[in-house]
Design a binder for this molecule. Structure first.
Ligand SMILES: Nc1ncnc2c1ncn2[C@@H]1O[C@H](COP(=O)(O)OP(=O)(O)OP(=O)(O)O)[C@@H](O)[C@H]1O
Ligand SMILES: O=c1[nH]c(=O)c2[nH+]cn([C@@H]3O[C@H](COP(=O)(O)O)[C@@H](O)[C@H]3O)c2[nH]1
Ligand SMILES: NC(=O)CC[C@H](N)C(=O)O
Ligand SMILES: [Mg+2]
Length: 526
């Protein structure tokens, strides 16, 4: 890898993750400031960080106390290497401590919306109102700023809430400028990136397409590739980029694994044949459902599905291009629409734990015979949608709600069977139809319907007793699926969904609503 990794023409900002809830959000906000960013774990040695020649480094928040035994730390030499550093919350406290200031548990805890008073705007807080509200979440405070720093702001209980030493390129804030609840948060971040660190604003979606087309031409050369095309926006955009790079040497393969939604395969076929030259539709329901027999553990389901996907692509590769051993081509290339959050959540990102194995990352088999082509691997979904618009893809494709690769399989709690899939497919179709009818498709990020297949409850319908299954509907709003909130759907829409599902799907006698945000819940139940 070159200095700046996959995007070497751009200034790089490293976000050092100290166990923050919001490290991904920080990385996104940096990119919104048109500067490329990546997340790295706090365990990465400073020398290794600097070897990547970052233009700036951001230290995230984190749950520990900087003065506690064994608390995650950072070698203070980082602050004297000439690389600009910005600390947020825990990162702010680390910077203070590392440079000779003091951090203490003052008893002054601040959580949530907090008014700050800007006493001296300096460069970091230039043009901000003297009083505004920010989002705080801390129990420790910087009681004394290190020598050479100017204190810029305070709150009622925190005398040192922001500081900077512009000559050394160092700055920090006690609050969380990355969350939307912090007024002017993006402006603060941009003052640091553009005015203190001097990062160039080159990260635009137009660049990405051109760079990726170049990189893919280099990777695949004169070879051929297949693209795992799901009907979702990620793989559609990935396919469109690769098609630009290698033209008709790309074949798209859509797998119907028997866990797709009602009418989905027909719809994908008709939508995509209009845009992509070749679409190979594979009916692999028997294969997948056979492999899933008796499997109830969510991670095992994901691993089985990931493995069967790859087996299906291997078979498709042979069918499309001939046996690789015949010498037609040395390497088999598989294009996937993998995004940065898939990588991060599968534990492939920096310093993050494995929450669930996305079938296309953590769920891949060890004996993978393909070389992967993943042009979107460093992007967030909103960036992918911009790229899709840039490429001129139809807006129905670009704005389609996400649907997970393992499909309805991870929305049946319990074993996946054909009967259960049929029940869930009907309930899901009704819920989606009503959401569309209410004109809410663009307001809702996605709305899984989950079948609690091993649970039964007593009901009454037509004066008779029923003993059926509950379904859960889980409408959420989100910016990038890394965090989400439960969507406040209007009661009349919920009522229509509930009435229709219990009337029209015989096996379901109860509809429940999931009102959990992420965290602590994830969007999918498995
Ligand atoms: N049924 C399928 N057939 C072929 N490839 C698939 C299928 N489902 C998923 N994939 C592959 O796995 C990748 C990850 O799936 P994922 O659902 O995250 O992305 P997507 O379907 O392209 O977009 P979205 O997240 O909006 O649904 C896809 O980009 C695609 O390459
Ligand atoms: O392609 C995918 N393969 C998977 O294995 C997978 N698991 C979850 N998802 C989707 O990812 C987003 C975040 O989901 P969670 O909050 O459940 O982790 C949501 O948009 C989920 O629908 C997946 N997509
Ligand atoms: N959100 C944070 O980074 C908190 C930092 C530290 N744990 C505190 O309580 O002050
Ligand atoms: Mg999908």
């Amino acid at each position: 890898m070159t200095a700046a990794g996959p995007h070497s023409d751009h200034d790089l900002v490293l976000v050092v993750d100290f166990g923050a809830q919001y490290a991904q959000l920080i990385a996104r906000r940096v990119r919104e400031a048109r500067v490329y960013s990546e997340i790295v774990p706090h365990t990465m040695p400073v020398a290794e960080m600097l070897a990547r020649e970052p233009k700036a480094i951001i230290l995230s928040g984190g749950p520990s106390s900087v003065y506690a035994d064994g608390a995650p730390s950072i070698d203070p030499s980082l602050f004297t290497q000439g690389t600009a550093v910005f600390g947020m919350c825990y990162g702010f406290q680390l910077m203070a401590q590392g440079l000779g200031g003091t951090v203490a548990h003052t008893g002054a805890r601040e959580y949530g919306r907090t008014p700050v008073e800007v006493s001296e705007p300096g460069t970091l807080l230039a043009d901000l109102p003297a009083q505004h509200n920010v989002w705080m979440s801390h129990g420790d405070s910087v009681s004394q700023a290190p020598d050479g720093f100017t204190v810029l702001a305070s709150t009622a209980t925190t005398p040192v809430a922001a500081f900077e030493d512009v000559d050394r390129g160092l700055a920090g804030v006690q609050w969380h400028p990355e969350v939307l609840h912090s007024e002017h948060g993006q402006q603060v971040l941009e003052h640091f990136l553009h005015d203190i660190a001097g990062c160039r604003q080159t990260w635009t979606m137009l660049n990405i397409v051109e760079e990726q087309v170049e990189a893919i031409r280099e990777q695949i050369g004169e070879g051929r590739a297949i693209c795992a095309l799901s009907g979702g926006v990620d793989s559609a955009v990935a396919a469109a980029i690769v098609q630009r790079a290698i033209g008709d040497r790309l074949t798209c393969v859509y797998v119907d694994h028997g866990m797709m939604r009602l009418g989905e395969t027909e719809q994908v076929r008709s939508d995509f044949e209009a845009v992509f030259d070749t679409l190979d539709v594979v009916d692999a329901a028997d294969q997948f459902l056979g492999a899933l027999e008796g499997v109830v553990d969510p991670e095992e389901k994901r691993k089985v599905i990931g493995r069967e996907f790859i087996r299906t692509f291997e078979a498709a590769e042979v069918r499309v291009f001939g046996d690789l051993d015949s010498g037609a081509q040395a390497t088999a290339y598989l294009v996937q629409g993998t995004l940065y959050p898939d990588v991060v959540e599968s534990g492939g990102g920096a310093g993050t734990s494995n929450i669930k194995s996305h079938h296309n990352v953590g769920g891949l088999p060890d004996d993978l015979a393909f070389e992967l082509v993943e042009p979107l691997r460093t992007l967030f979904k909103d960036e992918v949608r911009l790229v899709g618009e840039q490429l001129g893809l139809p807006s129905t494709m670009v704005w389609r709600q996400p649907f997970p690769g393992p499909g309805l399989g991870i929305r049946i709690i319990g074993e996946v069977t054909r009967e259960r899939l049929d029940i869930l497919r009907q309930a899901d179709a009704i819920a989606r139809e009503e959401l569309t009818r209410a004109g809410l498709d663009r307001d809702i990020w996605q709305m899984p319907v989950v079948l609690l297949a091993d649970v039964r409850s007593v009901g009454v319908q037509g004066d008779g007793r029923t003993y059926g299954h509950p379904v859960v509907i889980r409408p959420v709003t989100s910016e990038d699926a890394m965090t989400a909130d439960w969507a406040r759907l209007p009661y009349d829409v919920l009522e229509r969904i509930s009435t229709r599902i219990t009337n029209e799907v015989a096996e379901v006698n109860r509809v429940t609503l999931d009102v959990t945000s992420k965290p602590p819940g994830t969007i999918e139940w498995e």
